[in-house]
Design a protein around this ligand. Structure first.
Ligand code: PBG
Length: 327
């Protein structure tokens, strides 16, 4: 018997399409990255990221409250540190009164149910603009010296109330070192969402503008991954899993959907995708020109992460998408 195949039947109405839909986006999938600055009642627009601003702590709390009411329950903080406080050893990163840790305490006090994620990397505090410590003679990014600094930053972050730490530095062995240090200090409940496969990408440009954190010399290619490599992400994932990561992240997102898919197949851990600043800026810029429908492209992009296998999406679209999902 030759039964005609008509896959279109399953697409014939919105009711049917929504019944057979394989992936659903919800606001609880999102983590909203937010930028913090000093001052009061300040919102400094970030030109290359329309809709985003560096927020003083009071404004940050307001923004997080709005996100929470829209169903976005996790935010990631990124501090814009004054140049005068940046040094080659990045010691401001674990000063308990630094901008980031003050912001964390204020957020936890105002919104105790909000989950707070903190980046673990030295670049916002480093006068060299690198994620690790730079050897002044050779210019090399020193792995083990960087880990010592990252451990201090991790403990200070856990103390200030961060629930989830995101090592974004790509030093070897940092997840294991962080896990044992955190456990040793009584922070066995603090999660580690590892930037497992973080690529040396040009898509971070607007983020580095927002924090004035671009490397002063050279690039990040000796620690962040080569965009040409997929298999290597599996090696990093196996290491992070063995070292005790709770969640694995792929970054950037859209140009690396294959990597998200591979990690999904290789691990039972939750997978996060970081839809980075440059991906956001591209959509916003094309929409501003009237070349694409910004809202529709946003939802299509966010859905692609779920289809590829991500459970969690860090995205600057969190508020806009949560609003649209609410209808
Ligand atoms: C810092 C860090 C970066 C991003 C997140 N954490 C920049 C970088 O590695 O240079 C990029 C995020 C984005 O572009 O949205 N280690």
């Amino acid at each position: 018997m030759n039964i005609p195949q008509r896959p279109r039947r399953n697409r014939s109405s919105e009711a049917l399409r929504s019944m057979v839909r394989e992936n659903q986006l919800t606001a609880t999938d999102f983590i909203a990255p937010l930028f913090v600055r000093e001052g009061k009642a300040e919102r400094t627009a970030i030109t290359s990221m329309p809709g985003h601003a560096r927020l003083s702590i009071d404004e940050l709390v307001k923004e997080a409250r709005e996100l929470f009411s829209l169903g976005v329950r996790t935010v990631a903080l990124f501090p814009a540190i004054d140049d005068a406080k940046k040094t080659s050893d990045a010691r401001e990163a674990w000063n308990p009164d630094n901008l980031n840790l003050r912001a964390a305490r204020a957020m936890k006090e105002a919104l105790p149910d909000l989950l707070l994620m903190g980046d673990i990397a030295l670049d916002p505090y480093s006068s060299d603009g690198h994620d690790g410590i730079v050897d002044p003679k050779s210019g090399e990014i020193l792995n083990d010296a960087s880990i010592e600094a990252l451990i201090k930053q991790s403990i200070a972050s856990a103390k200030a109330g961060f629930d989830i730490l995101g090592p974004s530095d790509m030093m070897d062995g940092r997840v294991g070192a962080m896990r044992s240090a955190l456990d040793g200090e009584g922070f066995e409940r603090t999660l580690i969402m590892s930037y497992t496969a973080k690529y040396a990408s040009a898509f971070y440009g607007p983020f580095r503008d927002a924090l004035a954190s671009a490397p002063k010399k050279g690039d990040k290619k000796t620690y962040q991954m080569d965009p040409a490599n997929g298999r290597e992400a599996l090696r990093e994932a196996a290491l992070d899993e063995a070292e005790g990561a709770d969640i694995l992240m792929v970054k950037p997102g859209l140009p690396y959907l294959d990597v998200i898919y591979r990690l999904r197949q290789a691990s039972t851990l939750p997978i996060a995708a970081y839809n980075v600043s440059g991906e956001y800026a591209m959509v916003k810029a094309a929409a501003e020109k009237g070349w694409i429908d910004g809202d529709k492209v946003m939802m299509e992009v966010l859905t692609s992460f779920k289809r590829a296998g991500a459970d969690i999406v860090l995205t600057y679209f969190a508020k806009d998408a949560a609003r649209l999902l609410r209808g």
